[in-house]
Design a protein around this ligand. Structure first.
Ligand SMILES: [Zn+2]
Ligand SMILES: [Zn+2]
Length: 490
């Protein structure tokens, strides 16, 4: 059967429509992000200092870890410990015995499992004492060794490897070699429009097209890395002895070979930990160390191999995770209209068998009331009060609170003029109109991009200062809505 030819003109016509739609969407999304960056709701950036300043020296890094450990010993969060081992297959050396080499590579997975199974995972519940061995004992700063790293001189991007050119900013100069005693990460940068994160400041956003530089932000936790000298391993982490290792491995290996001798050479140790900046609560601790293992083996008769020597690299990671008792509300600031109701949700992290009861309180019952399930009822008048949810555990009280504004919120804002042509010396008073009209907080603050062309006072009165073009805008005190007027001074 002959197929009917599709109408060529129809296809082209459809193609053009699809292309137009795609271009339209692309422009719209790009444009929208630009508009969001300029006119959107931009809360102020709030970078607070932590309870303990970020550690910058070896002794501060160690002190900080020890303080966090002490706090954990007192408040007894839930702790789990897990050990993992990995054999670097590329490092296996059998001194010329190829058959042995491929066999060892084949069994390295089960070797890792055997090691992992012999180190018991530890788990304590909330309020329990740490068993011995959950963590390293106190370490002093003299064990810390400086760590070499590389950084782009132009944008500040860092790497553990030497780099010839910068992937981040395109600079065609090699990274500079640097050293540090302690690495503490908590500053990052993010796009004010789409939220894209980066380790370095970027002048604009490639992801969404926002034309403004990234904002500097502080993460909730300090992420600290320290490097300890190999000798510190013997003193602080008491690695398993030769006999212990033999004992662990014997049941698995005795059908194959006998371990005649065995040496372990330890490399440097990394300690990596995370602590909440505002509370000094440790949430994660990991130490990992590389070791080179050399073993003299005597194979059982049936293998016809006899004596053999093997060498390989092994990495051990001990990971400790901490979960702290606490309570977290789903919101920390909210608005409720006068007379209306809304509710807050509290998440409890604590598996106490006595099931602690959450108590809800209002700081001012005239402004709002809250019931035993977190339901809030706003009073008749506008006002602000704090709602606190708390519970008691192990003799200590834990709480979280939310600032509740009883008011009609601003939802948008407009100026009476979007464009004004003035002569030098002229004045013009702009009016900002937040919506809805019953909004409780209608005040705004006035700004000008260039006061040398046009100034603006607290009442929105614009004064044309000199020839040129600028933008005068108002920011609503409730919700930070922005609306602007283009001012041309002739
Ligand atoms: Zn760079
Ligand atoms: Zn972006």
């Amino acid at each position: 059967m002959e197929k009917k030819k599709p109408d060529r003109n129809m296809l082209i016509y459809r193609g053009v429509i699809v292309i137009l739609i795609v271009i339209f969407i692309a422009l719209f999304v790009y444009g929208l992000n630009k508009v969001l960056a300029m006119e959107g709701t931009l809360p102020p950036i709030n970078n607070e200092e932590g309870l303990t300043p970020a550690p910058v020296s070896a002794s501060q890094g160690i002190d900080f870890l020890n303080t966090a450990y002490k706090k954990a010993t007192e408040l007894r969060p839930k702790v789990t410990r897990e050990d993992t081992f990995s054999v670097d297959e590329d490092s296996i050396d059998t001194f010329g015995n190829d058959r042995l080499k491929s066999t060892l590579a084949f069994v390295s997975g089960s070797f890792e499992e055997v090691l992992e199974d012999s180190f018991e995972d530890i788990e304590t519940d909330f309020g329990q004492e740490f068993p011995a061995g959950v963590m390293a004992p106190a370490i002093d700063g003299s064990a810390v060794i400086p760590h070499k790293y590389y950084a782009c001189e132009k944008c500040g991007k860092t790497s553990d490897e030497a780099q010839e050119t910068c992937e981040e900013c395109g600079a065609e100069t090699p990274y500079a070699e640097k050293t540090q005693d302690v690495r503490c990460k908590y500053i990052y940068y993010s796009c004010r429009s789409c939220g894209e994160r980066s380790d370095v400041q970027r002048p604009e956003c490639e992801v969404c097209g926002c034309i403004y530089p990234y904002n500097e932000k502080y993460a909730d936790e300090y992420e600290v890395t320290l490097w300890l000298d190999a000798s510190a391993v013997q003193n602080y982490f008491s690695p398993p002895g030769k006999e212990q290792i033999k004992e662990i491995l014997a049941p698995e290996t005795e059908n194959w070979f006998d371990i005649k001798d065995y040496t372990v050479e330890y490399g440097d140790v990394h300690i990596y930990y995370k602590v909440r900046r505002m509370t000094d609560e440790i949430t994660y601790l990991e130490y990992y160390r590389d070791m080179t293992v050399t073993a003299d083996l005597l194979f059982n008769e049936q293998y016809e191999t006899g004596d053999a020597k093997v060498k390989f690299n092994l990495t051990e990671k001990n990971k400790h995770s901490f979960t702290w008792p606490g309570i977290e509300l789903n919101k920390h600031e909210m608005s409720v209209e006068p007379g209306a109701t809304d509710n807050l949700l509290a998440t409890l992290t604590c598996t106490d068998p006595t099931k602690p009861v959450v108590t809800w309180t209002s700081s001012d019952e005239n402004v709002l009331t809250v019931d035993e399930e977190g339901y809030i009822k706003g009073g008749k008048e506008a006002g602000t009060a704090t709602v606190t949810a708390s519970f008691e555990f192990d003799g200590k009280e834990y709480s979280d609170s939310c600032t509740v504004n009883i008011r009609y919120s601003v939802e948008s804002m407009k100026l009476n003029k979007r464009k004004a042509n003035l002569k030098t010396g002229d004045t013009l008073t702009l009016t900002a109109k937040p919506s809805p009209s019953k909004a409780s907080v209608k005040t705004v603050t006035w700004h000008t991009d260039n006061p040398e062309i046009a100034s603006v006072d607290a009442n929105g009165t614009v004064m044309a200062v000199s020839k040129g073009k600028t933008v005068v805008y108002a920011l609503s005190d409730d919700g930070y809505y922005k609306s602007s007027c283009e001012v041309n001074v002739n």
